[in-house]
Design a protein around this ligand. Structure first.
Ligand code: NI
Length: 172
């Protein structure tokens, strides 16, 4: 498969609402998901939505493997979600630093719901349904926003908590 160019903030395609997928068991969708994994891994990302490679379909992937170098990072199972849905289980919001492959080199401090339930169809057509919190919930909400044309900088409340990763002090 192929590593595809990642659209960056400012590209109007990132602002469109992605469309529902009719069937996952097609060569086009299989190829799309394979390209998304190749692209995400090449960019060392934790998640990617199809629109970030220019395909306006409701497909997202995410996942973080345990890494001995970053023991504080909570692993997330490698996940494919087509036509995802979610609902909020705890409307408390928690702030945290986020990055995005479409906003390279930058980080911003964004509030997300602390606990959610999400569901979707995986690449095999099976239902995936989980209740998650913490960073896992944050990653889902970030990727879901891409399907709605929303990027994390839209959600930043304090402009001082947005900037280049190399310049920021991320401990706050
Ligand atoms: Ni993103």
């Amino acid at each position: 498969m192929a590593i595809r160019p990642i659209l960056r903030l400012g590209n109007p395609l990132l602002r469109q609402r992605s469309m529902e997928v009719d069937a996952v068991d097609t060569p086009d969708i299989r190829d799309l998901i394979a390209d998304m994994f190749d692209t995400m891994e090449a960019a060392d990302g934790a998640g990617l939505a199809a629109i970030q490679i220019g395909v306006p379909l409701r497909v997202m992937i995410f996942g973080i493997e345990a890494n001995a170098r970053y023991p504080e990072v909570e692993p997330i199972p490698i996940t494919v979600l087509v036509n995802p849905k979610s609902n909020v289980l705890d409307d408390t919001k928690i702030g945290g630093w986020e990055g995005c492959l479409s906003v390279p080199g930058m980080r911003g401090y964004v509030e997300r719901f602390s606990r959610i339930r999400y569901s979707g169809i995986d690449q095999y057509g099976n239902l995936v349904e989980r209740e998650v919190d913490g960073f896992h919930a944050r990653v889902f909400q970030h990727e879901f926003d891409h399907l709605e044309g929303v990027l994390y900088p839209d959600l930043i409340k304090d402009p001082l908590k947005f900037g280049f990763e190399e310049e920021l002090s991320l401990n706050s």
